[in-house]
Design a protein. Structure first.
Length: 101
């Protein structure tokens, strides 16, 4: 998994799911190709409050670590989520069986 990056210094690359620590794509950023059971491990201690899915897969984020509880919502390919009321704490692509959408 990638270390957090600033949007100002590194863009969200194609085939990555990018997550920012604050809304409106601000704060620390981490990008994923395989997901994360706990985004705090990539420096997003408070979770991710905005996201951009630049992959060809649908992604499932959760409000809890460990991909536990109900899926927060599905984020379809190309979709941007400028802000979430509850931060995402874990996420997986649809190719993972836990993301059954």
């Amino acid at each position: 998994m990638a270390a957090p990056r600033s949007k100002a210094t590194e863009p969200c690359y194609v085939e990555h799911f990018c997550l920012w620590g604050r809304g409106q794509y601000e704060g620390p950023m981490a990008s994923y190709t395989k997901g994360s059971w706990n985004v705090a491990d990539q420096g997003l201690v408070g979770g991710g409050s905005s996201a951009w899915n630049r992959t060809s897969e649908t992604w499932c984020p959760w409000y809890e670590t460990g991909c536990a509880g109900a899926i927060a919502e599905v984020v379809k390919p190309g979709r941007e989520v400028p802000t979430t009321f509850h931060p995402y704490k874990s996420l997986l692509p649809s190719s993972d069986f836990r993301c059954n959408r």
